[in-house]
Write a protein that binds this ligand. Sequence first.
Ligand SMILES: NC(=O)c1ccc[n+]([C@@H]2O[C@H](COP(=O)([O-])OP(=O)(O)OC[C@H]3O[C@@H](n4cnc5c(N)ncnc54)[C@H](O)[C@@H]3O)[C@@H](O)[C@H]2O)c1
Length: 301
Amino acid sequence: MLAPTQVTVLDAITYSGNPANLAPVRDDPRLRFVHGDIRQPDLIDEVVPGHDVIVHFAAESHVDRSIAGATPFVTTNVLGTQTLLDAALRHGVRRFVHISTDEVYGSIAEGSWTEQWPLAPNSPYSASKAGSDLLALAFHRTHGLDVVVTRCSNNYGPYQYPEKVVPLFVTNLLDGGTVPLYGDGGNVRDWLHVHDHCRGIALVQQRGRAGEIYHIGGGTELTNKELTAQLLEACGAGWDRVVPVADRKGHDRRYSLDITKIKTELGYVPSIPLDTGLADTVRWYRDHRSWWEPLKAVPAR
Ligand SMILES: NC(=O)c1ccc[n+]([C@@H]2O[C@H](COP(=O)([O-])OP(=O)(O)OC[C@H]3O[C@@H](n4cnc5c(N)ncnc54)[C@H](O)[C@@H]3O)[C@@H](O)[C@H]2O)c1
């Protein structure tokens, strides 16, 4: 796996960013934290020299927020990515790993998307990520920048901001509250433990081919209703705690990634089965109230 000599984490600490997430590595002398915004070209120009790899995670990432207002999605996800790509090119960065999402393909009723599938995003979030993917690939084709793009399915695990469904439901249930279930609960997602996602990204960073896209999936598709049932059981709660709510506008019905390419080329297989991953995740939120309680106490900006 990766053994970098130095890692710089650059993060704007938006509502979903949290310096406490770096607690397990805070004292590692190889870590440098820069509080900064990828939309600031001058700052990015100062930070990038001397780095040989950029792994670009920073984004506005929550679909519901993009429906309420798309501006930060376009400025961070599209313009911010372009700022980083420009800096990578200018300063001779050896490899640029762009982290993206299965949502760029839209919705698929049957079968699974391969990396060649046309993009058809439906939300302002996924449209802005599609824009950033295309820019990243264009920097490879036009300028020869060594770019690789990853597209993953729905992540879950520790340290996830409690607006995403798994930590939202788990923390609501642990607090004795209710959980909102969109529409008929039949929307299907593939679930990927964050550790498997990071393993996949590391493989792509090390051995992925320049200019290529790699899917990273978890291998377990569930309807939101099935996911809710698992979370209720793990938290010892019943269906009386579930409140049906109006469906999300433009809600994609099903996402499904074909992960044959990363399996055959790079030997990736998801290693954390969903039932054990969810049980560990629920345990983590049970044991880390001090991490999430302050986040739920203040209305998110
Ligand atoms: N969470 C998922 O299920 C999922 C699925 C597919 C792809 N992704 C992708 O993975 C990446 C990370 O997603 P996440 O769920 O951790 O998102 P998140 O919203 O939880 O975290 C985003 C991080 O980016 C930082 N950030 C936002 N705008 C910034 C800016 N302008 N400059 C610098 N930092 C900024 C935030 O402070 C925060 O730390 C994103 O690119 C997202 O599109 C996530």
